[in-house]
Structure formats: structure tokens, C-alpha cells
Design a protein around this ligand. Structure first.
Ligand SMILES: [Zn+2]
Length: 667
């Protein structure tokens, strides 16, 4: 189950189309009539495009789709096939009406469902997915446009598409539904399958689930959850911009966001997690991404803002401890990111690998958290609503976001946005001298805080612990060093800087314990095998490479590299449990699990004294290596995991030593 979930998360994508400025009244219009049989994959489609100005008209089509007829102005018309489409020559300025009929067999859904991305077209008895990007109907690619889509399928099948439902009819033979959009930016995708529809009205929004019979029991929970998120985000941002919201289950292991619709793999529908943060995230993309469009060339802000308001917003609901845990997890992931893979937030376009997610989702979400601290909750909330009302159904960039928040906060925020968007990296804070002395009736405490160059302008929270409790202060650090003074009525016992991880910064040694991602996110990793048997070493190498982030590789080395040398590659060491324990001891690599179980596979992250990350994989046979191949890579955020041995996986993070940003007082 966990595996299916992770696969789905790996392909979470958000689709948007290209934009060509045009008067809404004169948008080209597509009238699409589709006849679909999911089981055989047979599709026939007729498209009438009206309002085509000038010519020639270039149209795309899927390679499995055959163009049967083209008519212009009611008369049969010639067309020229091209590699991925065809061209309809047009004479005169227009506007022209072009009618095209096409037919084809949609590629078969592989049995059991294989990995399929946002651009696919597949069909089978379990369902049909026709991505708008697959050119399942002849489409010019120009946007915006309006459309009306009428789809018919055999009885027992339900079909659904983004857009408003205009009409729905069901007879003993067939099901027909009609969808429409007055201004669309991407070709409509089409979904069909043996679905049961459940529906609820949420303040005038029609919310539906399209689930097969064996998942119908989950509908109530999904409708409840979707209703809560729609209500919540409408209140926080502005009214939901569409009439419908559909949750459609997929035979494919995917999780995709479309306009007023989310498409999620049926394997993961039962997981509690899905109707929590994941569904909230997809619902929120109707505002950020599909309601305000992303100006991709200047950077994708929508994942950061969506992560901040949905994933992190739900964590905040659980309490400050859950919110702190999420921030720490983001910082921990960032600490695992090698410098060579670090990037500017502004350069994030989409999530091709985990490294991009650490910047484009997490660091960008952190930016909004710090912005809220900078300008205050009230202005921040006002800014979100203003951003929505100013840019609904328009394209917006990071600069537009900055301008909106500058207006509501009535201050210049260019330095704030520049340092977080345009710099690679993060500041590292250190705590210098802390002193306290009695001055008359009260006490004067001085605290020296430093940051690594180049200096950021930071709002730093500081906790001063006194006999009667802890008092919290907020101070600005905008140079390499500052000495802060505090007057208190009683002696201060200790000082703690940024105690709740409210700043995006580099964690210090002591704040972080090794996790497996320290190794698996590195672009190149050396693997040393202590197995005598070459076939075991090969198995282990296969396992090691299954752990690496996309684009990264582990290569086998013949002998142990010099671990004290600077610039050595992170290392994976594989072997039998006893050999690994000995290797760790000889090289002063720590920590090592107290007990390594026979028959199980134990993987753990550790460090050399020079802080070089090392991942150990202890297995005493080919079977343990083979069976870990599917599951081990899902534990990258852990310090250690024990798989097999007839027990449920055990995992965890090494306990943290005391924080170097906390100091007891010296006199
Ligand atoms: Zn997203």
C-alpha cells in the first residue's frame, strides 16, 4: 500500500495550458461529440471548431486517431497529414467553421495498471483516461478557448470531464453527459469507467465522487472532506471559482489535478492520508494553478503556496507541535540536499525529482511562513484574498505576489523576496556569547547571534528561560552579527534561538541526525561491497540504485575510499551484519544500531568523524536484498529501517543531541 502511495506522489502533477491573449467574447469554440467504449477502447469523435480566424489551421492528433473527414463551411475539404497532426488549408480571412470526424482505438490499459503520466491515453474494462495533452481529439493548442463536450458510453459506464455539467441522460443502452467551459486553457481530459456516482451540495457547489462499486464505501468520507476544504479555502481566499468538483478514481497509480477535478489511483483511495492533506492540496489547486495561472517562465509559485495553505495549513490545525514538526522536516530534507543540487526558488518549474520538491514546494512554502511573520497574520490573510481577486483567471508571477503583499502591508518587500527567491542556499545561524548581570532591581541579558555570509534580513524568535517560565522575544538580525539586550525582572537561566524552526536556515550539527536521504540525494555515490559473492554484490548494487533519486547513481568501488579525505563521495557499504559493524568501528563511523537481526535487512545512515554520510545495508542473503528492492526506497526520511525477519518494518530517526542554538547562562 505504501508503495502505491509513493508512486502516486511521485507523479503528482498540475496541468496548465498555454495562453494567447484574446478577447473572451471572440474565443474559438470547440463543440466535441465523443462516443466511447472503454472495454474495447473504440472512440469516435466529431469536432466542430467555430471562430477560426485566417488560416491555415494546424491541428494535433494522437497517433492512434485516424482523421476520416474534414469539412469547411459545410463542404468536404482537403487536409495535409503531418507527423503529429494535420493542416487544414483555409482561404479568406474567416471566421471559418471547421468540422472534423475521427476514429481510433485507444491504447490498452496494461493489466494491473502501469505507471502513466499526465499525458497518456489508455483504456480498458477498468476505465479510460484520455489526457487533454494526448490530443485525443483534434486540437490546435491555442488557448484560451471555449468548449462543449458531449460524451456517450455504454450503459454501466460513467464519463466525466472538467467543466460544468450541463446535462446527463441515462437509458438502458447508454449514458450521455455534456460538459462546458466558457474559458479553458487546456484541452479537456476525459475520464470514464464502471463508476458509481455519489453527490453532495456544498453551498451551491456540486461535489461528486466517481468510484467503482468496491470503493463506493469511501465516498461519504471523501465528500465530507472535499466539502470541508472547499468551504475552508473559499472563506480564506474567495469563492470557489467553479460549479462542480469531482473526485475520480483511476485504475492507474496516479494523483493528478485538473480544473474542478482530481484523478487518484484506486489503490490509494482507501488510505486515510489521501482524503487528508493530499485531497486538500488538490482542491486548493483550483485556486492556485487552475484559478490563478502560473507564469512559468518567471517561476512556479503555485506549489509553494498550495503546500503552505493545504499541507501545512492542516498540520497547523493539529497544533503548533505538528506545524513545527513539518517545518523541521523541510529543514532536515534541505540539509540532506547536496550543494551541487541546490537551486533558487525562482527557477522551480515542476517536480521532476525529490531535489526539486525540496526547493519548489518546501522552501517556497517556508517563504510564505516567514512572510506571514514579517507582515503579520492580518495583512497576510488580506494579501491572499487580494491576490485572488486581482488575478482570478489571469496569469501571475512571483513579482505580482510581491506587489500584492507590498500593497496590503504598506511596505517595500523587495529585499525579502529577493533574498528568498533569487539566492541559492540558506543562512546558518550561530549563538555566540550569552551573559546576564544584575543592574539594580532587574537583570540585563546580552545575547550575540551571528549568521553566515551573505547576510539575510531575518526576524529571529528567541526564548529566554526564567524561574517563572519562558518568555519569547522577536528581534531583527540583518547583519553578520548582532548583540541583543533584554531586561527582565528575574535572572535568565538559558537562551534558545529560533527554538521552533521558524526560519529557513541550515541546521547545525547536533540539530540534525543522519538520515538515508543524506546519501540518496547525492548526485554520485560510491558503493563498497563486503560480500565475497559477486552475485550478492550485484544484487546489492541494484538495491542501492533503486534508492537513489532520479538522475543520481551509485557505482561500485573495489576498495574502501579514504574516508578522512575531504571531497570524498558519500558511501554505501553493503555486507553481512557482523562485517558492517566491524567496518563502522574501524572507521569510527557512528551511530550503529545496537542489535542487527539475522534474517532481516537493516539499513542505517551514519557519519564519519569528518561528517561524510555513509549508508549501511546489512543483509545476510540474496533473498533479503531482493525483497527490499521494492520497499526500502520509501524510507529515505528515516535514519534506520529494519525490513523482513517476519516482522512489520521498524524505522526511526536517531535521537537528537542538545541544540547548539540553546545555551545555559554564564555569569
Ligand atoms: Zn501540487
Amino acid at each position: 500500500m505504501i508503495r502505491a502511495l509513493q508512486i502516486a506522489l511521485a507523479v503528482f502533477l498540475c496541468l496548465t495550458g498555454t495562453v494567447i491573449g484574446q478577447d473572451q467574447a471572440n474565443l474559438p469554440h470547440y463543440d466535441i461529440t465523443a462516443d466511447l467504449d472503454p472495454e474495447t477502447g473504440a472512440l469516435s469523435v466529431e469536432v466542430t471548431i467555430t471562430g477560426v480566424e485566417g488560416g491555415p489551421l494546424a491541428l494535433r492528433r494522437a497517433d492512434w486517431l485516424t482523421i476520416e473527414n474534414v469539412a469547411v463551411g459545410g463542404r468536404a475539404h482537403a487536409f495535409t497529414p503531418q507527423q503529429r497532426g494535420f493542416i487544414v488549408p483555409l482561404s479568406g480571412a474567416g471566421p471559418h467553421d471547421v468540422v472534423i470526424s475521427a476514429r481510433g482505438t485507444i491504447p490498452a490499459l496494461a493489466s494491473g495498471g502501469r505507471r502513466n503520466g499526465a499525458g497518456s491515453a489508455v483504456s480498458g474494462a477498468e476505465g479510460t483516461f484520455l489526457s487533454g495533452y494526448s490530443s485525443w481529439f483534434p486540437f490546435s493548442g491555442s488557448a484560451p478557448f471555449s468548449y462543449r463536450l458531449s460524451v456517450s458510453a455504454p450503459a454501466g459506464t460513467k464519463a466525466v470531464s472538467p467543466g460544468k455539467i450541463l446535462q446527463e441522460t441515462e437509458t438502458a443502452e447508454s449514458y450521455t453527459a455534456v460538459f462546458a467551459s466558457e474559458k479553458a486553457f487546456e484541452a479537456p481530459s476525459l475520464f470514464a469507467g464502471p463508476y458509481e456516482i455519489s453527490e453532495r451540495d456544498v453551498g451551491g457547489i456540486r461535489v461528486r465522487t466517481y468510484f467503482p462499486a468496491d470503493l463506493a464505501g469511501f465516498s461519504g468520507d471523501y465528500l465530507d472532506a472535499a466539502g470541508r476544504y472547499l468551504t475552508r479555502f473559499s472563506a480564506e481566499i474567495g469563492p470557489y471559482p467553479y460549479e462542480d468538483f469531482h473526485i475520480v478514481s483511476s485504475p492507474l497509480p496516479v494523483g493528478l489535478a485538473f480544473v474542478n477535478l482530481t484523478y487518484i489511483g484506486e489503490m490509494i483511495v482507501p488510505l486515510p492520508f489521501m482524503k487528508g492533506r493530499s485531497l486538500a492540496h488538490e482542491v486548493l489547486h483550483n485556486w492556485w494553478g487552475n484559478g490563478v495561472y502560473v507564469d512559468y517562465p518567471s517561476g512556479n509559485w503555485s506549489e509553494g503556496l498550495t503546500t503552505f495553505m493545504a499541507d501545512y495549513g492542516l498540520a497547523k490545525d493539529q497544533g503548533s507541535e505538528a506545524a513545527k514538526t513539518m517545518r523541521l522536516r523541510w529543514l532536515r530534507d534541505y540539509a540532506a540536499l547536496p550543494e551541487s543540487r541546490d537551486a533558487r526558488v525562482r527557477d522551480f518549474i515542476g517536480k521532476e525529482h525529490q531535489a526539486a520538491q525540496i526547493i519548489g514546494y518546501n522552501k517556497a512554502a517556508f517563504l510564505f511562513h516567514m512572510l506571514e511573520m514579517e507582515i503579520g497574520q492580518k495583512s497576510f490573510a488580506k494579501g491572499l484574498r487580494k491576490f485572488w481577486s486581482d488575478y482570478t483567471f489571469e496569469t501571475a508571477s512571483w513579482s505580482d505576489i510581491r506587489r500584492v503583499f507590498e500593497v496590503v502591508a504598506d511596505r517595500d518587500l523587495s529585499a525579502f523576496f529577493d533574498q528568498w527567491l533569487d539566492r541559492v542556499g540558506a543562512p546558518e545561524l550561530t549563538l555566540g556569547d550569552v551573559q546576564t548581570e544584575q543592574t539594580g532591581d532587574d537583570f540585563l541579558t546580552t545575547v550575540t547571534v551571528r549568521q553566515s555570509p551573505p547576510a539575510y534580513s531575518l526576524l529571529v524568535l528567541m526564548d529566554l528561560e526564567k524561574g517563572s517560565g519562558t518568555e519569547r522575544f522577536l528581534r531583527r538580525l540583518d547583519g553578520p552579527e548582532a548583540v541583543f539586550e533584554f531586561r527582565t525582572g528575574e535572572p535568565v537561566k538559558s537562551v534558545h534561538i529560533d527554538p521552533d524552526y521558524d526560519l529557513f536556515r541550515r541546521l547545525l550539527t547536533g540539530e540534525t541526525m543522519p538520515i538515508m536521504r543524506d546519501i540518496t540525494l547525492a548526485p554520485d555515490v560510491a558503493m563498497l561491497s563486503l560480500h565475497d559473492d559477486d552475485s550478492l554484490s550485484e544484487q546489492a548494487l541494484g538495491l542501492a540504485n533503486s534508492l537513489m533519486d532520479r538522475g543520481s547513481t551509485a557505482e561500485i568501488v573495489a576498495e574502501a575510499p579514504n574516508l578522512t579525505q575531504l571531497g570524498s563521495l558519500p558511501l554505501i557499504v553493503v555486507g553481512e551484519p557482523a562485517e558492517l559493524a566491524e567496518f563502522a568501528k574501524d572507521n569510527a563511523i557512528s551511530p550503529v544500531p545496537e542489535k542487527l537481526e539475522a534474517g532481516a535487512l537493516t539499513a542505517w545512515a551514519a557519519q564519519t568523524p569528518a561528517r561524510l554520510p555513509v549508508l549501511f545495508i546489512a543483509a545476510d542473503g540474496a533473498e533479503a536484498l531482493r525483497s527490499a528492492r521494492r520497499s526500502l526506497r520509501h524510507y529515505g526520511r528515516q535514519s534506520y529501517v529494519v525490513l523482513g525477519g517476519g516482522k512489520a518494518p521498524q524505522r526511526g530517526i536517531w535521537p537528537v543531541a542538545s541544540s547548539p542554538l540553546m545555551k545555559p547562562m554564564t555569569k
